[in-house]
Write a protein that binds this ligand. Structure first.
Ligand code: EPU
Length: 452
């Protein structure tokens, strides 16, 4: 296992480019199952979760080829499906594997998918996925930790989600595109990654309207075919946001290229309120600005946030925001409304000198003048990102252990930070770094369970 060694306390300067979005790539890769044939996807990020998705597709019988080069191109052949199953050994590492349920049921009429169970950030049930698919005519049976689904005839239906769920919306949407008749899905999630999935499905011949709003209407078609052009996956708003916070927390000036700014409103507004100068260049062909410049030279001001489904402040930026606010001039209240257990980073940020008091789903962050390097580790992806950010700002050396989670969600993190001038190195765990870091922390519970 490797660790990250960060010698912090220096402002970051420079330009970094945003990669393809993990949370758009995963459903889109799995959605290729809906259309037999050869698919070409561009801007696919090189991440552990993408490799796991390709392994899952391989197990199902669909080989893939990752092509080198700037376009991060993946070719997939979904002509034949040999097994309609997502096995435990993949699902336990990546809960997004549950997205195979909708496409396999739609194409094969049956699916067997291991239940994802809880994870480091919460219980995360999949009842809404199952209820939505039942509305379309699927029947489920739970046994031996697996959910087994069958459907004789997928029929369009009206369904209302109890709460907006991102992967739940994606699963039901992917089945509805091949259902017989019209489906109207109410109270769906509005995340931009769902809009990207709908655009991809449309490129394969699906008839979908309303993505990005509360209600999606799908007019089912008998079959889909692979998109004629390579499909380019949207850029990652959370990765882009994380690099902007890196500029802000170190009091530097960074430019983030290929940022999907239209979907980053709440974060950009919060950064501006915290005292950062922000400007954007554009627009590009989609009418979206793609370069964001951030500079912070003055005080960092406290800005309260409540996480919320899109278009609210994203839960996937909450941990990074907490790291930033730990250096603000005053007290910040952070409320997590999506997941019940997403404050696992509090204890580790405290090891770096942050003063944070969690209380139920809220945390009060009392800004401190400086953080000090220490040895830390995290139990989920965004918590790990928050520790990298805090380490970049902290004086002295921070060692971040258990990089597994970062590899799931941040492409070429070390190289990108180095481009911004950060002193960050990835080394094997047993390499001793001088000056000596703080003593090793106690092992964290639930550390190796998948989130994301
Ligand atoms: N929920 C249910 N029942 C369900 C589905 C969801 O009760 O059937 C609850 C969840 O427990 C949670 C809330 O609904 O309290 C929202 O969860 P959601 O289903 O939207 O989360 P998800 O689809 O499992 C995706 C992202 C997460 C991101 C959340 C929220 C992917 C692969 N994952 O998860 O990304 O935090 O939406 O935006 O798209 C990450 O990238 O680090 C990550 C965790």
């Amino acid at each position: 296992m490797d660790k990250l060694v960060i010698r912090g306390g220096h402002p970051l300067h420079g330009t970094v480019s945003t990669s393809g979005a993990k949370n758009a790539a995963l459903p889109i890769l799995i959605a290729t199952l809906l259309a037999p044939g050869e698919h070409v996807l561009d801007n696919v990020p090189e991440l552990v979760d993408v490799s796991l998705s390709l392994s899952l597709l391989g197990r199902i019988g669909c080989p893939s080829l990752v092509l080198d080069g700037d376009s991060a191109r993946v070719r997939l052949d979904t002509t034949r499906i040999a097994f309609s199953e997502a096995p435990y050994d993949i699902v336990r590492k990546m809960r997004a594997s549950v997205l195979a349920l909708g496409p396999l049921l739609a194409r094969q009429g049956r699916a067997r998918v291991s239940l994802p169970g809880g994870c480091a950030i919460g219980v995360r049930p999949v009842d809404q996925h199952l209820r939505g698919l039942e509305a379309l005519g699927c029947h489920f049976e739970l046994s031996g930790g697996y959910v087994k689904g069958v459907v004789e005839h997928l029929r369009g239906a009206e369904f209302r989600f109890d709460m907006p769920t991102v992967t739940g919306t994606e699963n039901v949407l992917m089945a509805a595109v091949l259902a017989d008749g019209v489906s109207v899905l109410h109270n769906v999630a509005k995340e931009p990654e769902i809009v990207d999935l709908a655009r991809f499905l449309r490129s394969m011949g699906a008839r979908i309207q309303g993505e990005g709003s509360d209600t999606i209407t799908v007019d089912g078609v008998p079959a889909l075919r692979p998109s004629r052009q390579p499909y380019r996956i949207m850029s990652d708003r959370i990765e882009a946001g994380t690099y902007l916070v890196a500029g802000a927390i170190t009091g530097g000036a960074v430019t983030v290229e290929h940022a999907p700014v239209a979907s980053m409103g709440p974060l950009l507004a919060a950064l501006a309120a915290a005292g950062c100068e922000i400007s954007t260049d554009g627009p590009d062909a989609d009418g979206d600005a793609t370069r964001v410049h951030l500079r912070r030279s003055g005080r960092l001001l406290p800005v309260d946030i409540d996480t919320a489904p899109h278009p609210g402040f994203p839960t996937d930026m909450q941990a990074q925001w907490m790291a930033l606010m730990s250096l603000a001039d005053g007290t910040t209240r952070i409320r997590e409304t999506i997941f019940e257990n997403r404050f696992m980073h509090v204890a580790e940020l405290s090891r770096l000198g942050a003063r944070i008091q969690p209380d139920g789903n809220q945390a009060l962050v009392q800004g401190v003048p400086r953080l000090e390097g220490a040895t830390v580790m995290a139990t989920d992806l965004r918590a790990s990102a928050s520790l990298v950010l805090a380490g970049l700002a902290a004086h002295g050396t921070t060692e971040l252990l258990r990089l597994y989670h970062l590899d799931r969600g941040y492409e070429h993190l070390c190289q990108k930070l180095a481009v911004l001038g950060a002193d960050v190195h990835r080394v094997p765990d047993d390499v001793r770094v001088m000056p000596a870091a703080a003593p090793a922390p106690a092992p964290a519970a639930a550390a190796d369970r998948a989130a994301g």
